[in-house]
Design a protein around this ligand. Structure first.
Ligand SMILES: [Zn+2]
Length: 362
């Protein structure tokens, strides 16, 4: 019994994605500018940001982000600390920034050297120089995207607050673009697990703690269900092997749609997650490990099985023919626009097995 899983559901960029891409360019420009040997802490002024961040609009927005933060955040102080680093540290950080910027090439025909999974310059994860850099980069997401980026949906800089792309707009557009049933009352489906999209949260496919430069990046952000995003599943866990991506799918850059097959295993009463081709075998194993899909899909399979079993016991006891009609009707009523469609289809196929059907009607 094999069911081809649509999972990952098709995932695409949305209308405002160019604004996220423009923000990624701004983050990179700013990070590299701070590492310029000519730039020191004293250089981090509103006038210099206006002159060096692409446009006065972007410079002013960034200045507000830095200077508007107070208390433990004190982002301006942290940016100055980076700008005041000795040249050797700046060289190491520059190399780190340039390496992380190659992300998309890792999914092309000639992947570059693995992304750095550790901070540069031998800094520990809690080194204050590293956390200062990380806090400044993550602020583009936490405060910047929440309040609105200095870009309109098409990526053009704008000072018009009404046009600036925000977190809420991104989530709204992503959900609208990935609705499988456009009816406003219809359930939404999580693009990763195919289950209901409850408590959606924006996931950083590459965690922003390890890759703060990608805190805002069109290739790195996607709303997923709360269970996929929980720490025992995707959470902050790595979707790479020591910075290499050859054995990994990626929601935007190497999609898994159609690559995964589900198989019901009679002996263990469980759902197995398998690859449609040998070329994708390791990728499917890694994705399953990351999201615990076989466990979660087995749980749904059993729960739906139990629901139908209860119905069979009260209404179709001893009547295999009527039960068969019921299960065939069930299979026909399933919709690909509903959560868990693949699991329920797999279940219907399993139940239509004559031996199973007889046992079910007892
Ligand atoms: Zn999910």
């Amino acid at each position: 019994m094999v069911q081809r899983a649509a999972m990952l559901k098709p995932i695409h960029r949305v209308a405002c994605s160019p604004a996220l891409a423009a923000c990624q360019q701004l983050m990179r420009r700013f990070a590299l500018w701070l590492c310029d040997p000519q730039v020191s802490g004293a250089s981090v002024t509103q006038a210099n940001l206006q002159a060096n961040m692409g446009s006065a609009i972007e410079g002013d927005w960034l200045w507000q982000l830095l200077a508007g933060s107070t208390g433990t955040k004190a982002l301006l102080d942290k940016a100055k600390r980076i700008a005041d680093l000795p040249p050797a540290d700046k060289t190491g950080l520059t190399q780190w920034i340039q390496s992380v910027s190659t992300l998309a090439q890792h999914f092309g025909p000639t992947p570059p050297a693995a992304l750095p999974v550790d901070p540069p310059n031998g800094w520990g994860a809690r080194d204050q120089r590293w956390t200062a850099f990380g806090d400044v980069m993550k602020a583009f997401y936490e405060e910047g995207l929440r309040g609105g980026l200095p870009y309109a949906a098409n990526g053009a800089p704008t000072a018009d607050a009404a046009l600036r792309v925000s977190y809420d707009q991104f989530v709204r557009e992503f959900r609208a673009a990935h609705r499988l049933d456009p009816h406003p009352d219809a359930r939404e489906v999580c693009v990763l697990c195919g289950g209901p999209l409850v408590q959606p949260a924006v996931d950083h496919w590459l965690a922003k703690t390890a890759f703060p430069l990608l805190a805002v990046c069109a290739d790195n952000l996607l709303p997923i269900c709360g269970e996929c995003n929980s720490s025992q599943n995707k959470g902050q866990n790595p979707a790479h092997t020591s910075g290499a991506f050859e054995d990994w799918f990626h929601p935007y850059l190497r999609h898994a749609n159609g690559a995964i097959r589900l198989r019901y295993d009679e002996a263990t009463f469980s759902v197995h997650v398998e690859s449609a081709t040998t070329a994708d075998k390791d990728k499917v194993v890694n994705l399953d490990k990351l999201l615990k899909l076989h466990l979660r899909w087995t749980r749904e399979f059993k729960a739906e099985y139990r629901r139908l079993q209860r119905e069979a016991q009260c209404r179709y006891r001893g009547d295999v023919h009527a039960l068969q009609q019921r299960v065939m009707g069930y299979r026909q009523s399933l919709s690909a626009a509903e959560p868990h469609h693949e699991i329920h289809t797999l279940l219907a196929e399993a139940l239509l097995d004559p031996a199973r059907l007889r046992a079910f009607a007892e």
